[in-house]
Ligand binder design. Structure first.
Ligand SMILES: *[C@@H]1O[C@H](CO)[C@@H](O)[C@H](O)[C@H]1NC(C)=O
Ligand SMILES: *[C@@H]1O[C@H](CO)[C@@H](O)[C@H](O)[C@H]1NC(C)=O
Ligand SMILES: *[C@@H]1O[C@H](CO)[C@@H](O)[C@H](O)[C@H]1NC(C)=O
Ligand SMILES: *[C@@H]1O[C@H](CO)[C@@H](O)[C@H](O)[C@H]1NC(C)=O
Ligand SMILES: *[C@@H]1O[C@H](CO)[C@@H](O)[C@H](O)[C@H]1NC(C)=O
Ligand SMILES: *[C@@H]1O[C@H](CO)[C@@H](O)[C@H](O)[C@H]1NC(C)=O
Length: 930
């Protein structure tokens, strides 16, 4: 990895290099002349040491230079990517678009973009004379032009993902293609993701369809994990991995490239090597191993410098080769500033430790990844002598200790501190095609619209130091371009056209658009006035004014009218109409009142969660009921074939957890939770329970035994039922055998208790339909990712589906046929509705439960289904599917704005006639001891 001579014109290095060049020349002359004039020949090995080593000395302290975009006219990938096209145009012109550039600024006028050879050649105002002249000139010169009218739509540069494992953890995950973790040692700086990158991963195409055109593919988990590469998200016709590299120039090219390495702090490297005696188990051990490794790298670096000095300054002929060590070269290059470090780090003290180590070894931390707690220590991050990019998430929270302090307001706080925010998916942790929604969610919680767009375009490109090629829509940049259906921060915006390196990748029609939507609003901060209304909590009399819409049939449905009033007196709704004045039984002055802007009324949302009400942090079983999977792994679980051994979630409920408080604050009032299975394979999950999320005790339990939950399919393979066929036959025999018994299996067999089957596979669902016909039981499909493939059969058999997750992830084989909703493909929700399947919607991840309303809004807008339809999926349909009767006396919430849309907030939550919360904090301060 050294530069060729064409790269030595770096400004400040030019003199040094000239001196070096002269030295190399004179040394070579010296060797040759001494050979000629002296019979004693110089040792040829030492001569080889010298010539090879000099090349390293020459380049060891060079760093990659940025391209000169003003001069850039061609992009080698255009030819590579377009070689499959029959007649590629010489120019593509995108006319009449509103450009949102990589810094987040929107053009004031409609713009025309001229693309040639995979590079943006010109960006000009559409109405300007030069643009008209240029187009006419090109036509006159008989160029083959492809002219696209963007019809006033928004155009951005292709999205840039700064943290992904696409290609090294392929969809669906199989043992054969999961190459995410190298566990030979916690220190593997010598591993490279390019060696594992699988061009057959369908997630690459899915990412491209969602507008992501470049991604940094990092190795996972290890303390010093290895080298990452930035790939374009298009597989060339040649199927060459190397041709996908953003910095691919040609096979011969040896130019100095940007390089990225990955490191990790905290729980990941601590956890990974539990069974290896020699590997660290604590942060202290990790710290030692880090310093020990960098000490070795530093020694190697010194040896290299000594070697070069002795040859170049003391004119010595070396007796040894230039010192290299394939285990440490990467770290030496890091110390020489040739490699950009990317560190996975969550906790404040982990970040500080890393920065302390960086100071000690004089390395720079280029980007802190995940960095969920960085918002708590902006000053520590700012006081470093270099800039650090925060490559974080919009809303990850809660599943482990180091993610427990996270805040959805972190991106906003980092922005306020002038820190650079980049949003990532960590695919497959979150699907890479949801990168755009990361920016949308961060914007909802206060990150400015400019920075939200920048966080997935220009700011990410800067973080990669590739902002000379990608992340911006400017002259000389790669022609990675997305034309959006809507403002990209609007819920449901999707790419109509995507170009990657000038090659069309997504190509849907663009409709005329006259009205330009702007970015949606962020959720407003509370003022003193709103906070003062919290005194109405716990009252049973209240007046709301300003209600324009109600989705609550038990009150009255109302759509966008003039503002109405809603009066609750002594726990009962006594009036809901334009004016309630005549209904006031007491003096109007005495009635607590809240005026809401564009007030919306919704029933409290009902959802199914993995472990809300049981566990606080799913990776810490001490924080709640525990995790069945862990007990099973230890062989401690009872034989489920005896119904006495089936766990019932109600017996493990823990009230008032942070997860429940946060769920309630977003309108999620009714929770159904089965015993916590954890991640992994478990057939018998147990009996779910339903309760109010603001419960303090059993008085708010809605139904103790809701449904018997089992998992059928690959995820159900456990002891006694290691195959799908044994799962089905065991289920059949247990139900038949117990039909007359007064136990859980008997109740399911007699249709007195629903059987909730967690499965995604179409084929498993076919077996379940047969079982249902045979035994006449009530089956609910939970998951149902492939249920569009048999939607009419499910509808005909009255089998409801609780979709979870709604977004196509294809993580596992059983969900490989999911619908993406992108590039013209339909969505699961739309096909279920069309077929008439009773459909619910829930999250498969506790982290996402409090985001359910926005996720539902997003799912609905991508599916093109109505607001009423999607609200049913998270309220009444869930109640009907789970055979629940929820007290309606009155229980609902009032929001300002459509609560499934961005920019809305909750004004009040009413539980059984009592005002439970007013303008609730979404993230009340965590006091785990109260
Ligand atoms: C040849 O090499 C020897 C030993 O290194 C040295 O003493 C001698 O001066 C050299 N002769 C010439 C002509 O350079
Ligand atoms: C750090 O970022 C600031 C603001 O973007 C910029 O002005 C400054 O030049 C950067 N410093 C370095 C060392 O790159
Ligand atoms: C951020 O930068 C702006 C503009 O340079 C400056 O006015 C402001 O004080 C900075 N804020 C902080 C918290 O440093
Ligand atoms: C409402 O009741 C709860 C629970 O008893 C209490 O914690 C809270 O302080 C009360 N709020 C007001 C405003 O009185
Ligand atoms: C509500 O209760 C108060 C006090 O008990 C009473 O004066 C008032 O008439 C009641 N209002 C209604 C509508 O029942
Ligand atoms: C649904 O609930 C009703 C009333 O609680 C009960 O009679 C019925 O058996 C239940 N049906 C199923 C399938 O659980």
């Amino acid at each position: 990895m050294f530069a060729d001579s064409s790269l030595k014109d770096r400004k400040n290095g030019i003199v040094k290099l000239a001196v070096l060049g002269a030295l190399v020349l004179s040394l070579s002359v010296f060797i040759m002349s001494s050979q000629r004039s002296n019979n004693t020949a110089v040792n040829p090995t030492r001569q080889r040491f010298l010539l090879e080593g000099l090349k390293y000395c020459k380049t060891k302290d060079q760093t990659p230079k940025m391209l000169n975009t003003n001069e850039r006219r061609t992009n080698p990938r255009f030819e590579l990517f377009s070689s499959g096209l029959s007649n590629p145009p010489s120019y593509t012109i995108i006319k009449n678009g509103m450009i949102i550039d990589g810094d987040g600024t929107t053009s004031e006028q409609k713009m025309d973009i001229y693309i040639r050879d995979g590079v943006v050649h010109f960006v000009m105002e559409s109405s300007s004379a030069p643009s008209t002249q240029l187009e006419n000139f090109l036509k006159a010169k008989n160029h083959v032009l492809e002219v696209i009218d963007a019809n006033n739509h928004y155009i951005t540069p292709g999205l840039v993902e700064m943290h992904s494992h696409i290609g090294i953890c392929s969809q669906p995950e199989l043992k054969g293609n999961n190459d995410m973790f190298e566990t030979m040692s916690p220190v593997t700086p010598f591993t490279r993701t390019i060696d594992a990158f699988n061009i057959g991963d369908p997630a690459i195409q899915l990412a491209l369809n969602s507008g992501v055109t470049s991604a940094l593919i990092l190795p996972s988990a290890n303390l010093i994990s290895g080298e990452g590469y930035v790939f374009k998200m298009m597989v060339p016709p040649s199927k060459s991995v190397e041709e996908m590299l953003v910095q691919y120039e040609s096979l011969e090219d040896t130019g100095l490239k940007q390089r990225w390495m990955k490191m990790a702090c905290g729980e990941n490297p601590k956890r990974r090597y539990k069974t290896r005696p020699e590997a660290p188990k604590s942060r202290m051990g990790l710290g030692h191993l880090f310093r020990h490794t960098l000490d070795r790298a530093k020694a190697l670096k010194n040896a290299q410098d000594v070697w070069c000095d002795s040859v170049l300054l003391d004119n010595e002929i070396p007796t040894t080769a230039y010192p290299l060590d394939d285990e440490l070269n990467m770290l030496v290059d890091l110390m020489r500033g040739k490699v950009l470090s990317n560190a996975h780090c969550y906790e404040t003290y982990d970040i500080e430790t890393l920065l302390r180590h960086a100071r000690e070894y004089q390395i720079e931390i280029n980007a802190l990844h995940h960095s969920l707690d960085a918002y708590l220590i902006p000053d520590i991050i700012k006081e470093q002598p270099y800039n650090i990019t925060l490559a974080t998430f919009a809303s990850q929270w809660g599943f482990k200790k180091e993610a427990f302090q996270a805040s959805v307001f972190a991106p906003k706080i980092l922005e306020k501190n002038n820190l650079s925010v980049v949003l990532t998916t960590d695919h497959p942790a979150l699907p890479q095609q949801s990168l755009l929604s990361q920016a949308q969610v961060a914007h909802h919680y206060g990150l400015s619209a400019e920075k939200a767009i920048a966080s997935i375009t220009g700011e990410a490109a800067k973080g990669l130091r590739l902002d000379d090629r990608i992340g911006y829509l400017r002259k000389g940049y790669d022609a990675d371009i997305v034309i959006w259906s809507d403002h990209p921060l609007q819920m449901g915006a999707k790419p109509l056209k995507v170009f990657i390196d000038g090659v069309p990748a997504v190509d849907s029609p663009i409709e005329q658009k006259s009205d330009l939507a702007l970015a949606p609003k962020s959720v407003p901060e509370f003022t003193g006035q709103e906070i003062s209304k919290r005194k109405f909590e716990n009252q049973s009399t209240i007046l709301f004014t300003g209600v324009t819409t109600s989705y609550d049939a038990s009150i009255e449905k109302l759509q966008n009218t003039d503002p109405w009033e809603l009066l609750i007196e002594n726990g009962t709704i006594t009036c809901f109409q334009l004016s309630c004045t005549e209904f006031y039984s007491s003096n109007i002055e005495n009635i607590p009142r809240i005026h809401v802007e564009d007030g919306h009324i919704l029933p409290l949302v009902t959802t199914l969660t993995p472990s809300h009400g049981l566990n606080e942090m799913n990776l810490e079983s001490s924080t709640g009921d525990g995790i069945l999977m862990e007990a099973m792994a230890d062989g401690q679980i009872g034989d489920f074939r005896d119904p006495q051994n089936i766990p019932i979630a109600n017996d493990g409920l823990q009230f008032g957890s942070m997860h429940l408080i946060r769920a309630f604050a977003t309108g999620i009032g009714n929770i159904i939770t089965p015993p916590a299975r954890g991640e992994g394979q478990l057939f018998m999950t147990g009996v779910s329970t339903a309760f109010r999320s603001n419960s303090e005790d059993f008085s708010s339990v809605l139904k103790e035994e809701v449904a018997l939950h089992v998992t059928v399919g690959d995820m159900g393979k456990q002891v006694f039922v290691p195959t799908i066929s044994s799962q089905i036959s065991t289920l059949r025999s247990l139900l038949v055998k117990n039909r007359e018994e007064n136990n859980l299996y008997g109740r399911v067999a007699r249709k007195q208790l629903p059987l909730a089957v967690h499965t995604n596979s179409k084929d498993v669902m076919l077996h379940l339909l047969r079982l249902k016909q045979e035994l006449d039981i009530y089956i609910i499909i939970v998951g149902g990712v492939e249920s569009h493939l048999l939607a009419t059969k499910l509808a005909a058999n009255n089998v409801p589906v609780v979709v979870s997750p709604w977004q196509c992830q294809r993580k596992f084989w059983d969900e490989r046929r999911c619908l993406t909703g992108l590039a013209g493909q339909g969505t699961l929700l739309a096909s279920l509705i069309k077929a008439g399947v009773k459909t619910g919607l829930s999250s498969d991840d506790d982290t996402k439960v409090r985001l359910l309303l926005h996720d539902s809004g997003l799912a609905a807008s991508l599916a093109g289904i109505s607001k009423n339809e999607v609200i049913k999926m998270i309220t009444t349909n869930m109640e009907e599917i789970f055979n629940l009767t929820i007290p309606k006396s009155p229980s609902f919430f009032v929001s300002e704005g459509f609560p499934l849309g961005y920019g809305s907030r909750i004004a009040a939550l009413i539980d059984r006639g009592i005002v439970s919360k007013v303008y609730p904090e979404l993230e009340p301060a965590i006091d785990i001891y109260s």
